[in-house]
Write a protein that binds this ligand. Sequence first.
Ligand code: ZN
Length: 234
Amino acid sequence: MLKVTVWNEFKHERELEEIRKVYPEGIHGCIAAFLKEEEDFTVRTATFDMEEHGLTEEVLNDTDVLIIWSHALQDEFSDEVAKRVQKHVLAGIGLIALHSAHYSKIMKNLMGTSMTLKWKHGESERLWCIAPTHPIAAGIPEVIDIPEEEMYGEFFDIPKPDDVIFTGWFSNGYVFRSGCTFNRGYGKIFYFQPGHEEYPIYRIPEIQQIIKNGVRFCAPALRERKSPDNEEIK
Ligand code: ZN
């Protein structure tokens, strides 16, 4: 079984009526529900308000792939927990960072760049698949139309990705590297831009398929977790 932990800040859906209407079960609840359709996935959820944000050593030791969505509480997120997640990714767990989680402490630590971008509310997006042979693109059409989405535009200050699988084109003319993969230590990372909380983007079947493919892609390649420590050879 592939053990997936879906982590969500879970603030907007609790505090704002218009967001609660979009995701009454929380973004984590929506993502967990479609991931559970996969028979070989075991899915759990965790949120910001839980002890240690629900990302304890025990939970991370029992996670193959961690999915994160965050936005309003990036600064309030524990430095210690962010470092802990970084250590686990370097040791081999997969990480999928969704939408505004590009700016999480977890991603900033792992990427080492400012992670800044341009943004504007109230645009539409055409999500182009530009790497059709990549495993994350399996079964995904050439273009996915997202009728309402927050624009994320270049320059996106990330390190050079291993692969750029999707390019987002927005109705105000901006473009964005919307689906990128990275290796850090023994861990694989997938950043995926769609998913502003005001719109039901995680209910689009093709978006769900991309996240499912991302989980399979980011699953640890090694059965045993490796330590990213120096190793003396005798
Ligand atoms: Zn947003």
